[in-house]
Design a protein around this ligand. Structure first.
Ligand code: PMP
Length: 443
């Protein structure tokens, strides 16, 4: 493949001159994606890539899905006018479908334009409903970039200083592959995390509003607690009237294969009180939102409005995308093809010193990397593999507690042949990176 980066290099210089430094870019020489089709994208230098990240899970079904393109064009051709002051047929229709799918009884849906704003709305609702500014959040979590969302984001490398007046209490349960709980069985781990939660609650004065958690930590490196952890948490919370907010921004819409929502792996105590969503539902169009029981959703004491939340063009995209997802059973595809991909990745990684663990559910797969010969998390290895994969025509993501995990989350329509091709490309990239790291250590 070509590797000139002439156009992209100029754009990168302009990007750096005008956009914030903290807006992180992937790759030493960032790429500009110009078009996509199915599971593939092309950059401005004409390189074609197999897309195993979907712009952080935003391309949920496929790139340039014809039904979505058509729905957007038709709606844009009719009317783009937006604001919640007027009735909107696409907004009501998508809200009805999401309410029915959510599992939450007597559900109401509020649309936003991002996951951050969805979590902000969930914070506004739960703190108002409970008359408390205390929020329980998970260590290593990510919930967004706003003033309040960074205050409940446990992964400190994504949590700039915020003077948010929320009082956040940090709970164990996100990552156990390292640290004091690493040696425990699933049942012992759940017990230890519940004891930790009870301990935190005992030390608080007054009522706590809510616990917010990602069923599988996304930015955190696709780490999932054992099934049932949140059900066990729920019992402790419910006794005290504390709400459970499930942040489904990455785990929703069948991505985890076995379940439509991540919370369903913890279903024993029923659905969450609030569920937030975003990313994939619009297949790239900006849709986020919060679902809550009517009693919680309607607790605000004044009127509100959203100018862009639920805009007709994005809702049309969401309806077409959701219809495609359900009609083609892409959740089932995520389970089947994701299962094969995880197996294949485990096989190709088995002999590699740089890989500590391949983990995942459905098409949400994380690979934890270490410096060969040690057990230390290796952000350098993750960076080297990501670069080597790009050079071979494969886009993947990075993340994790120390930035040492690879993140794989292709569009849910991934075929078996593409899964195999991607696994082979990644195996090659891992070997190359391992060699480069060994060379760097010697040199
Ligand atoms: N919650 C989770 C779990 C996320 O992964 C993200 C985005 N990475 C957000 C919230 C924030 O979403 P957005 O970037 O759309 O604001």
């Amino acid at each position: 493949m070509t590797d000139h980066h002439t156009d992209a290099a100029g754009l990168y210089a302009r990007h750096r001159a005008v956009l914030p430094e903290w807006l992180s870019l992937l790759y030493d020489r960032p790429i500009e994606l110009t078009h996509g089709e199915g599971r593939h994208v092309w950059d401005s230098d004409g390189n074609r890539y197999l897309d195993f990240f979907g712009g952080i899970l935003t391309t949920m079904t496929a790139h340039a899905l014809p039904e979505v393109t058509k729905a957007v064009a038709e709606q844009a051709g009719r009317i783009i006018h937006t604001s919640t002051l007027y009735l909107s047929r696409p907004m009501v229709e998508l809200a009805e479908r999401i309410a029915a799918l959510s599992g939450i009884p007597d559900a109401r849906v509020f649309f936003t334009t991002s996951g951050t704003e969805a979590n902000d709305a969930a914070l506004l609702l739960s703190t108002a409903y409970r008359r408390s500014n205390q929020i329980l959040a998970m260590r290593n979590s990510y919930h967004g970039r706003s003033f309040s969302a960074v205050g409940i984001t446990g992964n400190q490398s994504w949590s700039p200083t915020s003077l948010s007046p929320l009082q956040t209490l940090w709970v164990h349960g996100g990552v156990r592959s390292r640290g004091p709980f690493a040696h425990l069985s699933d049942a012992q781990y759940i017990e230890a995390c519940v004891a930790d939660l009870e301990d935190v609650l005992q030390q608080t004065s007054g009522g706590v509003a809510a616990l917010i958690a990602e069923p599988v930590q996304g930015v955190g490196g696709f780490t999932a607690p054992p099934d049932g952890l949140y059900a066990a948490f729920r019992e402790v919370l419910a006794e005290r009237g504390i709400l459970w907010i499930s942040d489904e921004v990455q785990t929703g819409w069948g991505r985890t294969g076995d379940h439509f929502w991540g919370w369903q792996a913890h279903a024993a105590s029923g659905p969450p009180d609030l569920l937030t969503f975003a990313k994939g539902i619009g297949n790239g169009m900006s849709i986020g939102g919060v679902v809550a029981r009517a009693e919680v959703m309607n607790c605000l004491s004044a009127n509100s409005i959203s100018t862009f939340g639920g805009s007709p063009v994005t809702m049309a995209a969401g309806l077409a995308n959701l219809t495609h997802l359900l009609e083609h059973d892409l959740q089932g595809n995520a389970r089947r093809v994701g299962g094969l991909l995880i197996e294949r990745l485990r096989a190709v990684c088995a002999g590699l010193d740089v890989v500590r663990e391949v983990r995942g559910r459905g098409l949400m797969i994380g690979i934890e990397l270490v410096d060969p010969g040690t057990d230390e998390p290796s952000p350098r290895a993750a960076a080297a593999v990501t670069e080597a994969a790009r050079e071979r025509g494969l886009l993947i993501g990075k993340g994790g507690l120390n930035g040492a995990a690879l993140r794989i989350a292709p569009p849910l329509s991934l075929t078996v042949a593409e899964a195999e091709e991607g696994a082979d490309l990644l195996a090659d990239a891992l070997q190359e990176a391992q060699k480069r790291l060994a060379g760097a250590a010697i040199g």
